[in-house]
Write a protein that binds this ligand. Structure first.
Ligand code: AMP
Ligand code: ZN
Length: 117
């Protein structure tokens, strides 16, 4: 069962009420460009159900997340991820989560370091 929050930015983007540069869409997910990119290529993969944390995820939503994780590698050419990419799911304050609709950051286009702060 899909959940929706009328006050959520990403629910509004999914609904089409707020514009985004969409890269891929199906019934389960939307992938669009991050408005404030932290790497030369920075996309957000958003499952089409509103939940904040992995801890809140229903069975149905875990299926959506699985589909997201399986879809991303198939889009390597379209998204320009062939030299490697990083997936990030921020969870809560210390991780810097600012939008409370679970999303996967897809970062690519640069050789990345490996320290969070
Ligand atoms: P997080 O900090 O993990 O919650 O990630 C939220 C991300 O959403 C940030 O990287 C923001 O730059 C991005 N963001 C915020 N507003 C928009 C928007 N209107 N369109 C696209 N990305 C956005
Ligand atoms: Zn939402």
């Amino acid at each position: 069962m899909k959940r929706f929050d009328e006050n959520c930015l990403f629910c509004k983007i999914i609904k089409g009420d707020i514009p985004a540069k969409k890269m891929y869409e199906d019934d389960d997910m939307l992938i669009f460009c991050d408005i404030d990119p932290k790497a030369p290529k920075h996309y957000l993969c958003v499952p089409k159900s509103h939940f904040k944390l992995l801890a809140d995820m229903t069975e149905y939503e875990s299926e959506l997340l699985r589909k997201c994780l399986q879809k991303i590698p198939t889009l390597k050419d379209e998204l320009g991820l062939n030299d490697g990419y990083r997936l990030v799911i921020n969870q809560g304050d210390d991780a810097g989560q600012t939008v409370f609709h679970l999303h996967i950051h897809i970062l690519s286009g640069v050789k990345m370091g490996w320290t969070p702060a």
